[in-house]
Write a protein that binds this ligand. Structure first.
Ligand code: MN3
Length: 241
């Protein structure tokens, strides 16, 4: 533990003192291509073709995932917003941060909408290499090596029982953390056991991988690492200071 203390402190310093997790201003234009979304919520068009993530994620899975599963979350979120916003506008981030004051329908579908918009943008065809820079430094300092980071995130994703997500996120003490949430919850939610700002997330619902990988979640997870758009992930870190 002693060995980690100075490293942790270093991360905290590199994260900057200006980080204020819990304010919507963190997200202006960064998590969504269209900036902060207010009702009606819409799916951002995918930046790549359904088959562009092959061989890691197959075209059929992507098409059904985007046009059926994710589309349903967005549609149901709009229904919940129509019923519960009472004419006011709220960004999706704002809703998630106060999700305990909304319905279960809002929690499931607001989370589902946010998580999937976030997920599509976390991936790109052929993926990328984590380049030297602030994010790589933070990952190295927090997890000692890229391999260790990858195995920790993979184990966390594997150990999520049933449906949910595994995350790399910045916690309220500005430390990089890995954790998991059930269903469509995420670290932005005030009801979540892990709280902070997500940098990347992997969908481990069976609908995300079953057509190609069946019950082999570990294989899907290991392939998914080949798709990460690290530049996008670093942008998410960079808006936090
Ligand atoms: Mn999904």
């Amino acid at each position: 533990m002693k060995k980690h203390t100075p490293r942790r402190t270093f991360i905290k310093q590199t994260m900057g003192a200006g980080l204020a997790v819990g304010t919507t201003s963190l997200f202006s234009g960064e998590l969504f291509a269209n900036g902060i979304q207010t009702p009606p919520f819409e799916q951002t068009p995918l930046a790549y073709a359904f088959n562009a993530l092959e061989p890691h994620i197959d075209a059929m899975t992507m098409e059904i995932h985007y046009t059926k599963h994710a589309a349903a979350y967005t549609k149901n979120l709009n229904e919940a917003a129509a019923a519960e916003f009472k004419g006011a506008n709220h960004s999706i981030e704002e809703v998630l941060q106060k999700i305990s004051s909304f319905s279960v329908k809002m929690r499931n579908n607001g989370g589902g909408h946010f998580n999937h918009e976030f997920f599509w943008k976390t991936m790109k065809p052929s993926g990328s290499i984590l380049q030297d820079g602030r994010l790589k430094e933070a990952i190295m300092s927090s997890f000692n090596s890229y391999e260790n980071f990858q195995s920790k995130l993979s184990e966390t994703a594997m150990s999520r029982f049933g449906s949910g997500w595994a995350w790399l996120y910045v916690d309220e003490k500005k430390l990089l953390q890995i954790g998991s949430t059930p269903n469509q919850d995420n670290p932005l939610m005030d009801v979540s056991n892990i709280k902070g700002t997500p940098l990347l997330g992997i969908d481990v619902w069976e609908h995300a991988y079953y057509l190609k990988y069946q019950n082999r979640r570990a294989e899907y997870i290991s392939h998914w690492f080949n798709l990460i758009d690290w530049k996008k992930v670093e942008e998410r870190l960079n808006v936090l200071s």
